[in-house]
Design a protein around this ligand. Structure first.
Ligand SMILES: Cc1ncc(COP(=O)(O)O)c(C=O)c1O
Length: 441
């Protein structure tokens, strides 16, 4: 069995040199939680510039769906790079963008013809969804959720309600957005219990919001993550999206699913909304779609994507190399990688739930497929958030060669490559348990 190998202090001497230069020349707005300086990576194994080897359960923030540098993805990139690097799909036609749009149309839930707008990132995919919702409905108001992360461009940022640091000094943002509580059952914002709650978080939208401050016929869209990502890997109850979608339909409001983190097989289905039986009106994807190449896609029915030529575009969006990487990624997902995500995810959640029985500080274990969160608390009864313990565990894991990331205030997320093996999951869990045991003591 392969294990991480840490042979220097962290960062090592080469890493230290690079970090020093970074600290002078690179934007200080980035949030590095530990000093990992990567040289190369394959599958779930990352090598730093000092020869240390790490087991990566972050996949570059849920991006490298098929693992780092999957040989078939790399080959597709090489082949395409030799043929055509760029031509701008906004002004000309080329095959990879057209073929990918057709493929995405066949994958996206829902009937009828669908069309795709291509951008370069998650924020751009959401930005396009935001503009399209306004354009199509000619309505000005929108609903999003507390805890949501939709990106950092001005429109996407306006929908985001994750951390105040992301908005501080940037007001005024786009007006007309109302944030409402997400279906966070472990910490119900209404202090109720599922299922006795009768889904108060959904009922409230119609019974309070639409009767007091938001005329529903002026609402363009509800923007929602099927499973909240940056907010803490929060899995809503099974009926949540279906019931909210019903309200949206009643008032001709668009249901926009931000699947930037949850999409492209991560939860064991191509799109997480499929777990909830809802076909969103607009679907935003990015991250895992091209295994590490920059690409964002906004998918909607041809009827909704009715904007005219010139109303929205991006020079680099739908770059041919990224499109080929996406086509290979999707083929690999369909050939077994997505099924592996479902199987390894189930196994991992079950193992984490076993650990939860032993360690009081593991307040909640939740997730679908390989989108798994463990929320840390100081006390099971009071559920006091243990953000400091979470941070310590992430740090200790790094020192032992396991790469993890937090999300929310006090949750650790596990979002490895969807190609991860049983043995790699076991190595991750054994290191994770050592770190938790240390904290529990
Ligand atoms: C759900 C969701 N939407 C949008 C984004 C923004 O994506 P990007 O960082 O590629 O702009 C993210 C990034 O974490 C995300 O998780």
């Amino acid at each position: 069995m392969k294990y991480p190998l840490i042979k220097t202090s962290l960062p090592g001497p080469e890493g230290k040199k690079l970090i020093q230069i970074d600290q002078t020349y690179v934007s200080p707005s980035y949030t590095r939680v530990y000093p990992l300086v990567v040289k190369e990576a394959k599958g779930v194994w990352v090598h730093d510039v000092d020869g240390n080897v790490f087991l990566d359960f972050t996949a570059g923030i849920a991006v490298c769906a098929t693992g780092h540098c999957h040989p078939e993805v790399v080959q597709a990139i090489r082949d395409q790079a030799e043929r055509l690097l760029h031509m701008s799909g906004t002004d000309f036609y080329y095959e990879p963008q057209i073929v990918l749009a057709k493929k995405l149309a066949s994958l996206a839930p829902g009937e009828g013809v669908k069309r795709t707008y291509f951008g370069n990132s998650g924020a751009e995919a959401v930005e396009a969804a935001f503009k399209l919702a306004r354009y199509h409905t000619r309505r000005e108001l929108n609903i999003a959720f507390f805890g949501a992360f939709h990106g950092r461009t001005m429109g996407a940022l306006s929908l985001t309600a994750s951390k105040t640091i992301q908005k501080k000094h940037y007001y005024p943002v786009v007006p007309g957005i109302t944030h409402i509580p997400y279906a966070y059952c472990y910490r119900c914002p209404y202090n109720l219990c599922y299922p006795q709650c009768g889904l108060e978080c959904v009922r409230w939208v119609e019974e309070t919001l639409f009767r007091t401050t938001m005329p529903p016929d002026e609402v363009a869209a509800i923007f929602v993550e099927p499973i909240q990502g940056e907010g803490g890997y929060i899995v809503p109850p099974p009926e949540f999206h279906r019931e909210l979608y019903k309200i949206a339909k009643k008032y001709n409001i668009l249901y926009v699913a931000d699947e930037v983190q949850s999409g492209m097989g991560r939860t064991g289905k191509m799109f997480a909304m499929e777990h909830y039986g809802v076909a969103p009106d607009i679907l935003a994807v990015a991250k895992g779609i091209a295994s590490g190449m920059p690409l964002g896609a906004t998918i909607a029915s041809a009827q909704i994507m009715d904007w005219e030529a010139g109303s929205h575009a991006s020079t680099f969006g739908g770059n041919p190399v990224s499109c080929q990487a996406a086509l290979t990624t999707i083929r690999l997902l369909e050939e077994g990688v997505m099924a592996n995500a479902a199987a390894q995810g189930d196994r991992m959640i079950n193992r984490l739930k076993e650990l939860q029985k032993v360690y009081e500080c593991m307040g909640d274990v939740r997730g679908k497929g390989l989108m798994i969160g463990v929320e840390f608390v100081k006390d099971r009864e009071t559920k006091e958030r243990a953000g400091d313990w979470r941070n310590l565990i992430v740090r200790r894991a790094f020192e032992r060669g396991l790469l993890l990331l937090g999300c929310g205030d006090n949750t650790i997320r596990f979002c490895p490559a969807l190609t991860v093996t049983e043995e790699e999951v076991d190595v991750c869990l054994s290191i994770f348990e050592k770190c938790v045991r240390e904290i529990a003591r």
